[in-house]
Ligand binder design. Structure first.
Ligand code: GLN
Length: 559
């Protein structure tokens, strides 16, 4: 029950959906949760999400994207887990760093408070001090919304996750039963003879119950929909009604998960359990833009090369999604062709399998990155796009390498490079600004989050954005070196977007579409609000080739 000391105000009417995972990680519980959220938003509710990452890092900023997937950047500059990107894209909301709770953040706060003498001589402990801070963070992030989805990373039973599950147990104790829902997502594997096995689910629910948590809803991830007998078995052993057991089968495109979840009736069940049915918009009045968008017929397909370091494709998740969104906007299928920059040679023409793949593509994207590995391959890919009039989009490091490529091969500044990658380059066309190096402290400071760029009228960038300015998210340290700008511009480049002394957008005068951005437009791209530079790239490709459908003209591709 709500109590005074919890600070909970029952009049706010907030509802919480807690999502835990069992058996193994990587089941896509975030997508299941985000899809449920999308459906609640379609029904007229204000939905937000909190992702809990039980690791000790304070944020994801220092984590290697080739091990953990991309570092997603929020408008406030928060460097967060890529799941937040999925929540922003599915829910259509902008979040802040407060929506990514990590063990590092929680302990940092509690330890700082302890040092500040806030605990009045008490022993500072996991329970109640850590758990109180966890609950406070969840409640604050939920403020002002109708429903808050809270996803706990990892699986039940992980040591790191224990304080969070204990905090959830307390939550259940403190709030009205009608305001909380516990959803547990587990794996339902198949036996050799094709039978769906529920034992792992039973074990993981047992584990959950031993901590004092009883799930209200079970979602079984499996290749196919759960058989009715599987659902009954899970219901019986896990103590939930059969109609509280849902399947989440494999789909080719994650944007179809909300449609599948709706078909299963998960959203209807959630609304009923949370007492939201009456407030929900009637079915006929619900927002069906998502469905229309993702089931839209495609009139052709295009192949776009994404030139990066491919230890893990998730490292480029938002770029991949932004390309998909541009495809949704233009009604074409975008096939992303992974081209490994490590595999490309720096001497002369690209050669080998990856270079060939590059040559087969209609457009080239060079995404962001750090460090020297693969940069020469990226420069080669850019050179190829420039020399062959292939539509090109460079993002952050891709923008910087476009400047390097031009300096070397057009302006003839041999050995030109970014000082980040070659500190001894004779021509540091990309460098820290003098004011960054002057102040010792500033040298390593990353420029993060949303910043405004002024766009020069009459340029490609202005056509693309249709505006005199844009606000996009950043994550970089290095800049175009001001001492080279005049020479770069006199030889065929235009810096059409600027923020004071910082060059933000570059384009080529003589090229069908050659655009580079120091910012990361992919982080603002949404299925129903495709990012302008990505749509521009697609338009240039479609202009060149007419919607390509491999000779079978007129045949429409449906998803
Ligand atoms: N490494 C480059 C910089 O720090 C580019 C960063 C990026 O691509 N996100 O400026």
């Amino acid at each position: 029950m709500p109590t005074e000391e919890t600070g909970y105000d029952p009049t706010l009417g907030r509802k919480f959906i807690f999502v835990t995972g069992g058996v193994m990680s990587g089941l896509g519980k975030g997508i299941t949760a985000a899809s449920t959220g999308r459906l609640l938003a379609n029904a007229g509710f204000d939905v937000t999400a909190v992702k809990i990452d039980p690791y000790l890092n304070v944020d994801a900023g220092t984590m290697n994207p080739y091990q953990h997937g991309e570092v997603y950047v929020l408008k406030d500059g928060g460097e967060v887990d890529l799941d937040l990107g999925n929540y922003e894209r599915f829910l259509g909301v902008d979040m802040t760093s407060d929506h990514n709770v990590t063990t590092g953040k929680v302990y940092k706060t509690v330890i700082e408070r302890e040092r500040g003498g806030d605990y009045l001589g008490n022993t500072v402990q996991v329970i109640p001090h850590i758990t109180d801070d966890i609950k406070r963070r969840i409640r604050e992030a939920a403020e002002g919304t109708d429903v808050c989805i809270v996803e706990i990373g990892g699986t039940v039973g992980d040591i790191e996750g224990m304080p969070y599950l204990e905090a959830l147990r307390q939550f259940a104790h403190e709030e009205d039963e009608e305001d909380l829902l516990f959803t547990h997502v587990t794996l339902v594997p198949y036996s050799k003879n094709g039978e769906q096995k529920t034992k792992p689910t039973q074990h993981s629910v047992k584990e959950l119950r031993s901590i004092g948590l009883q799930p209200d809803i079970l979602v079984g991830r499996s290749e196919e929909q759960l058989d009715p007998s599987t659902k009954e078995k899970i219901a019986l052993f896990c103590d939930v009604p059969t109609d509280a057991v849902f399947s989440n089968a494999d789909v080719e495109d994650i944007y179809h998960v909300p449609l599948m979840v709706e078909e299963e009736g998960l959203d209807a069940y959630v609304m009923e359990r949370l007492g939201l049915t009456e407030e929900a918009l009637p079915a006929a009045e619900r927002d069906d833009r998502w469905r229309r968008l993702v089931t839209r017929e495609r009139t052709g397909e295009v192949d776009i090369a994404l030139v990066g370091k491919y230890d893990l494709e998730d490292a480029y998740m938002s770029v991949h999604e932004a390309l998909k969104h541009a495809g949704l906007e233009r009604g074409v299928e975008v096939n992303v062709r992974w081209v490994d920059s490590d595999e490309m040679t720096a001497d002369g023409d690209p050669s080998g399998e990856h270079a060939e793949r590059l040559r087969d593509c209609d457009g080239v994207v060079v995404p962001g990155g750090f460090g020297s590995r693969g940069t020469e391959g990226k420069v080669e890919a850019i050179r190829y796009a420039r020399e062959h009039d292939v539509p090109f989009l460079g993002l952050c490091l891709g923008f910087q390498m476009a400047v390097v490529e031009h300096a070397r091969n057009v302006l003839g500044l041999s050995g030109a490079h970014s000082a980040e990658i070659d500190p001894d380059t004779p021509h540091p066309v990309i460098d820290l600004l003098p004011e960054q190096t002057d102040e010792a402290d500033m040298g390593g400071t990353m420029r993060l989050g949303a910043h405004e760029t002024a766009i020069e009228p009459g340029t490609l960038a202005h056509d693309v954005y249709g505006d005199d300015s844009c606000v996009e998210r950043h994550r970089h340290r290095y800049e175009v070196n001001p001492t080279y700008i005049e020479r770069l511009e006199a030889s065929g480049l235009t810096f059409s977007g600027r923020a004071g002394r910082r060059m933000e957008i570059v384009e080529r005068d003589e090229h069908p579409y050659f655009l580079g951005t120091q910012f990361h437009p992919e982080f603002r791209s949404r299925p129903d609000r495709a990012s302008p530079p990505f749509v521009g790239l697609l338009d240039a490709v479609l202009d060149e080739s007419d919607p390509r459908d491999e000779g079978e003209s007129g045949e429409e591709v449906t998803v």
